[in-house]
Unconditional design. Sequence first.
Lengths: 381, 80, 288
Amino acid sequence: MTKEIMTANKAVAEAARLAKPKVIPVYPITPQTTISEYLAQYVADEKIDANYVKVESEHSAISAAVGASCAGVRVFTATSSQGLMLMHEILFAAAGMRAPFVLADANRAISAPLNIWNDQQDSIAQRDAGWLQIYVENAQEALDTTLMAYKVSENPKVLLPSMVCLDGFILTHTVEPVEIPDQEPVDEFLPPYKPEHAYLDPKDPMSIGNLADPDYYLEARHDMQVAMENSIDVIQETCDEFAEIFGRKYGLVEPYKTEDADIIFVAMGSICSTIRVIVNQLRDQGEKVGLLKIRAYRPFPVEAIDEAVKDCQKLAVVDKNVTFGIGGALYTDVKAKIHKEAYGFIAGLGGRDITPEAILEMYEKTKNPVKEVTWIGLKEE
Amino acid sequence: MVTIGCVIKTPGSSKNNKTGSWRTFKPILDKEKCIDCDNCIIFCPDSSVNKQHDINYDYCKGCGICAHECPSDAIEMVKE
Amino acid sequence: MDIPDKDLLSPGHRGCAGCGASIAVKLALNALGENTVAISATGCLEVMTTPYPETAWEVPFIHVAFENSGAVASGVEAALRIQGKDDVNVVAFGGDGGTVDIGLQSLSGAMERGHNLTYICYDNEAYMNTGIQRSGATPFGATTTTSPKGVASFGEDKPKKDMPMIMAAHGIPYVATASIAYPEDFVNKVKKAAAVKGPAYIHLQQPCTTGWGFDSSRTIELGRLAVETGSWILYEIENGEFKITFTPEERKPVTEYLSQQKRFRHLEEEQISKIQKFVDAQCAELGL
């Protein structure tokens, strides 16, 4: 084990190196670009024994990833924003073909207007694709989650691809100390990928990516739903195993001072760090407040959320995305599945800073609500 | 029940689908006239002529390419 | 020509009676042999060969989408090579739509990157799987459902995109045109394509009974007429060297080819002479 100061992008690249993928098709896009650069250098320096496919678009990156994964090898790719939007069609194919590879998404806003800064609209827009989506808060979690994602995806009860979502710039371009595990315990945790459900071998021919008519399609999609449900337990088991080997504990969600809280913030990604500071500040003032960090957004961990919020009165749900005409995606999911009084806050779109004051405003507007969904930080005319 | 990802693990299983039922005209080969040029084998879209020039009516769709490409007029298309 | 004991594309597939694509793929797979992985773009070929739970493929097969067979093949090739499976043939099939239109970028990337694979475009000159709409490979004068004849239209008003030359411009080691009516020529080219180290591209003309409008028995005859009239020229470009691989004894007038197809039957003298002039110029340019 070594400890280094690095960005979350470097941490993701380190995790990819440790996972030993055999094919890495990537295309550069801000703020993911340095991941593709680090990996190119690792391959050039023979730190990874992989074919680095210098594709001409994100659409081809994901297409080559599906081809390679179905051919039977471990695959890594990464993208961001418009790149993920260009992948959209093939994201669905990857999940439907049960190709269990890992994609890191450096979360960034979507055009138009053109904006390269952080929000989570890009990955949220892919939530129905059949991918597991895990949101991380810091560089260490980005590294650890990337390793765990392979283990979860490749589990025979799951066999769905995983998306590790890390906030653009806030995580991808800021440095923190990160523990890099040694190869040996990683190999023990994550043995080589040996698929049984699909591979391309002339000695044992099979057809992959076939036409399924109305007699079969419904069952194929239902199988994916079952796999997604199975992944709840698999994620928890994998986190537990990871903690045993590497000493860092993760879960589907991460509660903070929720036990006696009246109001609980519900949020995903790097904003949780700021919220935690505000929770402590409010606690000092005698307010009973907590934070529930959602790590797994797909599958949506209803039981784990229920358990964490069961004794509170209200939820303040923070969304760095918007589902136009209804509210934030996390908020609408919470409203649909968690039977608590909840208020939604849309904030930080296109990289607008979510300040401590903005979080205090959310708290105030949950305590004394005026409306269900509020956009925070809008400039008045 | 479907396989994971609807993968098909039995190569050539399309043979379960007997396309011979599509046929309205049937090729009849007169082996006396056959000059072994193999055109009927090479050009058959449904692999329905074997090396001995026997026609497999389980799959022959009756397209008539074999008869049309036969240089010795050894194949006649007859209405089913 | 060698006849294999078993075809690697099995019967029972749902291709139309007289389907040229089936003949094309059967010949190509037999030329490549069992040690092959096949990739297909969405289109007639994919749909007619893999309705779950039955497949016509006797070799490993993968399909992902319409526009990405070049990229999928790249990923498959990269995965096989890194595992040391250097001897496995990788062949990708795409129709003309999946190749010259929607799949062009992905194919261009695959060719430019130098993957060791063969791409075969089975060109039936329109989107046949969706019901005969024009593609960039539809020839001048042809009617399709989206280039219909009408008061202000005689059909497709642009010449066919010159895809093999676009591929040749990538500087890849092997590019060829072929026709299902010349199976030995085609099979030789597939074998050459598989043998070269690096990317190879074969553009195969494949008459379509349904889309072109001719009797199902005449699929091969139409392919032959295309070549005999110079409407389709058989050549190869091996390491940059251009060579005609078949020269008709006497080039027939294009009317002998056009008049046999419903898609051209409406054409008037003016357009036919335009087509003849275009074919003459093309033949002169390529030295036929």
